[in-house]
Every structure is written in C-alpha cells, then in structure tokens.
Design a protein around this ligand. Structure first.
Ligand code: NAD
Ligand code: WQD
Length: 337
C-alpha cells in the first residue's frame, strides 16, 4: 500500500515507517519538524536502504496538505502528528486543542475528499483516565480524562467513530498505546526529548549518560508490590509492528475498531531501574520523592483484542527495551542531530 504517515519523522512514526518498508509498503511522510529532525530520513535510509518521500508540511495547513494528497494516490493514512506532553497541555490547552484537533480535522476532510478510506490513529491509554481498574479493556470505553492532551485523544476517537458512522466505506483502527519505550536495535532512531525528559525511561537514559545526576522516583507508597507506580511498557519496535498489522487489517474491513497496544505486563519504577541497571551495567542513583500529581498506581492493558483481531503479540521484553534505549542514548546523547 502507499501510506501517508503524518508525524513520520517522530519517535513512533519513524520506527513504524521502517517496519512498513520492511513489509514492502511505500511511505510518504508529512511532518512540520516541530518535535523531530529531517536527519531521521537519512537514518531511515541507513536502516532500510529506502529514501522516503518527505514533505515539511503542517497538517493544519489545508492548502499545503491538499497538494500532498493531489500529488500522491494514497491507499491509507497512519496519523501520528500531534503534540504529546501532558504537563505542557495543562499550561497551554488551546495549543493542544488547536494542533491535535484542528490538524486532525483538516487531515480527515482531505481523506474523505480524496477517497482515502483507511486510517490508523495514535490514541493512548490516557483515554481510560482514572476511571477503571487494570487490566484495561477496550470495551470500558473512555473514562474521565485528566488533562487536555488526553482530551484531544478522546475527542479524536469520537470524531473518527462519527466519520465511520457517516461513511460506509470508511475503515479505521484506533490504537491505544500504553507506555512506548526503547529504540531500534541499530541505535540510529529512538527518542531523546528536548530539555528535561518527563517520562521515566528517557529520564533514566539521561541519568545513565551523566546529563542528570539522579532519578526522582515519584512516590513509593502506592498500593503496588513495591509501592512505586506500575505501567505497561512496550518496545517501540513491537508497537511499530502493531501498526503494520493494523493498517493491513483496516484494508480488509470497514468500520471503526479500537485496540489496546501494550504487553499486558506491568512493571514498577523500581523494576525498570533494575532492568536498566542490568542492561547498561551502570548504577542508577535515585531518590524517593513526592507523588506526581495526576499519576495513578497501576495501568496495564488487556491485550486479548490485539492478539485475536490483529494477531499481535509483543516479542521484546523489558530488558530489550532498556538495552535498546541505552544503545540509542550512548550513540545520540543529544538526540538525532
Ligand atoms: P513525537 O513528538 O516524537 O512525534 C510526533 C511528530 O508529529 C513530531 O515529529 C512532530 O514534529 C509532528 N507534528 C506535531 N504537530 C504537527 C503538525 N501540526 N503538523 C505536522 N507534524 C506535526 O511523538 P511520538 O512519541 O512519536 O508520538 C506519536 C503519536 O503517538 C502522537 O500522536 C502521540 O500523542 C501518540 N502517543 C504517544 C505516546 C508516547 O508515550 N510516546 C503514547 C500514546 C500516544
Ligand atoms: C511512568 C512511571 C511515574 C518519571 C505518560 C502519559 C501517557 C502516555 C505515556 C502519551 C510513573 C514514574 C516517571 C520520573 C518517576 N503518553 N516516574 N520518575 O505517566 O505512565 O504516561 O506517557 O499518550 O499519556 O501520561 O509515563 O514515563 O511519565 O511514568 O518515578 O522522573 O514512572 O510516576 O509511575 P506515564 P511516565
């Protein structure tokens, strides 16, 4: 298939482009480079041998995005483009709604206009909010979101469901990711956020390479096996492969389906630290600090639907995630420059 990948130079998008190419699909990337570099394109070429067509376009720019649709006869779209920092979304809600909602509407309008009926959308376990107990099942629906970022994901899900009701040929898979971590085994693509990382594994990576002197563990008094927060970490390469299965599945059906993408296993913060220490052979200094507002004790996926509908099961475990995160940060301490 010829697939438009919005946000394709970003962290999950770039890994997905590699896996799509590995499976013989043709990718065209649209990204405004707000949170990524065009150097990623060279890295994708190094890994796959393929030069991917790229447009530096903001998806909110309808005229520019329409040119991309006119020039290419797409079979499908995988939509990653968006802003994703939870804390920032609380401070700048309108930027998040404007980018993540208005941008998506422009994209969906053009999909309808150009009869591109297959979509995979990046949603998040954050849409379950703090309303349900893990393992989280798709059938629970959406809970009360706790920040504007999460609300943009919930609203996008609703928009896609309504497009599906109005267009009988439309086919979409909404993927609810749990906690994507790690990097491609080559160490050529991966994630190093700008500034001080908010998320656990990128933060640990910065500690390991000496950019930060210790990790703050946000609370050790949760009702979990060691008191620290439990999350469902998934290797980004496994997650990328789920997208290939999802877009191929969307090509065979109509209607809208929502699918969790996690491993189904929860790891505590202390367990992640241990796994990273083993993978890097380095000591990770940490201090127990206050709980982070908005955090919940435990979050992990029920993965039956992904397994049954897509035939998707994770192959890489927590040690692979830490090994590959470490390999990437060692080779790219300042990200992909
Ligand atoms: P990322 O920031 O690395 O990638 C997103 C890409 O979209 C970036 O390259 C950015 O430049 C681009 N972009 C943003 N706004 C754009 C716009 N208006 N027009 C064109 N390009 C734009 O993030 P990621 O971690 O790869 O996440 C990809 C998607 O998955 C996002 O929608 C994110 O919300 C979602 N998601 C991520 C996680 C996670 O933990 N990383 C978890 C759940 C869901
Ligand atoms: C994991 C665990 C923290 C940092 C976020 C978003 C979610 C999704 C994925 C996009 C928690 C603890 C963290 C640190 C710590 N993104 N922690 N010290 O919060 O589960 O999910 O990313 O959709 O929407 O909310 O991930 O990596 O921030 O935290 O102790 O410096 O690590 O308390 O228990 P989270 P995280």
């Amino acid at each position: 298939m010829k697939i438009l990948v919005t946000g394709g130079t970003g962290y999950i998008g770039s890994h997905t482009v590699v896996e799509l190419i590995n499976k013989g699909h043709e990718c065209v990337i649209v990204d405004n480079l707000y949170n990524s570099s065009d150097k990623v394109l060279g890295r994708i070429k190094q890994i796959t041998g393929v030069e991917v067509k790229f447009y530096k376009v903001d998806i909110r720019d309808k005229d520019a995005l329409e040119e991309v649709f006119k020039e290419n006869n797409f079979d499908a779209v995988i939509h990653f483009a968006g802003l994703k920092a939870v804390g920032e979304s609380v401070a700048k809600p309108l930027e998040y709604y404007e980018n993540n909602i208005s941008g998506s509407i422009v994209l969906y309008e053009l999909m309808i206009k150009y009869h591109v009926n297959r979509l995979v959308f990046s949603s998040s376990a954050t849409v379950y909010g703090d309303s349900f107990t893990s393992p989280l099942k798709e059938e629970y629906g959406r809970g009360k979101t706790t920040n504007p970022y999460g609300s943009t994901k919930a609203i996008n899900e609703m928009i896609i469901e309504d497009i599906g009701k109005a267009n009988k040929d439309f086919s979409a898979i909404i993927l609810r990711y749990f906690n994507p971590v790690g990097a491609h085994e080559s160490g050529l693509i991966g994630e190093r956020p700008n500034g001080i990382p908010n998320n656990l594994v990128p933060y640990i990576s910065d500690v390991v390479v000496g950019k930060l002197d210790h990790l703050n563990v946000f609370g050790d008094d949760y009702d979990t096996r060691d008191g620290t927060g439990v999350r469902d970490y998934i290797h980004v390469v496994d997650l990328a492969k789920a997208h290939v299965l999802a877009i191929e599945h969307a090509a065979k059906q109509v209607g809208v389906d929502t699918i969790n993408v996690g491993s189904g296993n929860g790891y505590s913060v202390l367990e992640v630290i241990k796994a990273y220490e083993k993978a890097s052979n380095k000591k990770i200094p940490y201090v127990i600090s206050q709980r982070r507002p908005g955090d919940i004790a435990t979050c992990f996926a029920d993965t039956h639907k992904a397994s049954e509908l897509l035939g998707f099961n994770t192959k890489l475990g927590i040690e692979d995630m830490c090994k590959d995160a470490y390999n990437f940060i060692k080779k790219n301490p300042n990200g992909i420059e």
